[in-house]
Design a protein around this ligand. Sequence first.
Ligand code: 9D3
Length: 415
Amino acid sequence: MRFSIVTAFPEYFDAFLNTSIVGRAVKEGKIEIDIVNLRDYAINSYGQIDDYSYGGGGMVIRPEPLYNALKSIKSEKSFVVYTSPQGVVFNQDTVEALAAKDHVILICGHYEGIDERFAEKCVDLEISIGDYVLTGGELPAMVIVDAVSRLVPGVVGRGEAVLEDSFYRGMLDHPHYTRPSVWCGLEVPEELVSGDHEKTARWRRRQAVVRTLKRRPDLLARANIRPYLSQGVYVMLVHHPVLNKDGKTVTSAVTGLDLHDISRSCMTYGINKFIVVTPLKSQQEMVCKIVNHWEKAPEGLNPMRSEALSLLKAFDSIEDCLAWIEKKEKKKPLTVATTAKKRAGALPVFELKRILLERDLPVCILFGTSWGLADEVFSGVDVVLSPILGGKGDYNHLSVRSAVAILLDRLFGWR
Ligand code: 9D3
């Protein structure tokens, strides 16, 4: 990975290039950083690189020195970044995108900025590091190089630290402690000195959750919360006798397609069990038959032979299933109903994420079939989720397997 930094103040980078993790990575040849002095491309022998702003204001860097400096270093593989307060705000997604490039050129702005024609013609991405005012783009360039370098293999000593960051990305870190075990009368939390790894992990997860909810609730919209839930997550597909619009009682049939697709969604998003509820014995037998059919299918006959169906379980009623979960988890699960229609009191997924983290209970998400869940189900659950909507109208036409996939992605997907 190579970085080229175009700046009128190369001295800024002296310590940076020789210090700590970045300094070591440069020495070991894992990254290459060249500093290009913009003054070497001045328009005259006075070293002039800037000029008065058209229309008044301060000084602006002229396009010719920038263009000539760029020409000396640019190849087809170069990606040109300009640091400016008007840029898109830098985050870990941008870091990852830049880490995939071979050669990143960073143009540091100074004074009021650079001539806009150069930015239009030569810059691929304009980046700001946050909403505060600095004196120039040199510190932002160092911030970018620092963050991107960490993702270059071998730069961060403990490679798994980088993996952990991306795995737990989207949530704040837990607090850290070191010796002495008592300092100023303050003790290290008992959970960390117990030597019990499971206990330590649980405490750290919980602390990360508490801090994120308190300090950065905005992060929840994108965070993958599954690793932070210490209890099981269950998906329930309900085939319940419901009144249809003609006033007849009907029970929808189990379908192989639903069982497969929902099982695979559950597998993908770390769901503990996929439970099918149907009061009909013949339908329960059908579930077993489908599972057995695929499990016993000879190799080669079933290209989708998957362990996903091992998540599947059938129950007579919602109550029986919830009692089973409670027994298994030693806690009453939080029950969540889904609907395709708007309902009063329904909560958006974002709120459910917050509730799940706050309560840290096992959770069972109920999906209805055909006409949806029965009214008494809605009144008996802890949370009703707002329907998945888009386009127009206050009703969705999604198949239940699509609804499961979308909801699981919104709850537990990386984004
Ligand atoms: C009068 C308008 N100002 C723009 C908000 C002028 C101005 C202020 C500061 C122009 C340039 C600068 C110098 N800052 C950077 O070059 C810069 C920066 C920053 O100030 N904050 C956050 N990220 C960045 S990236 C480059």
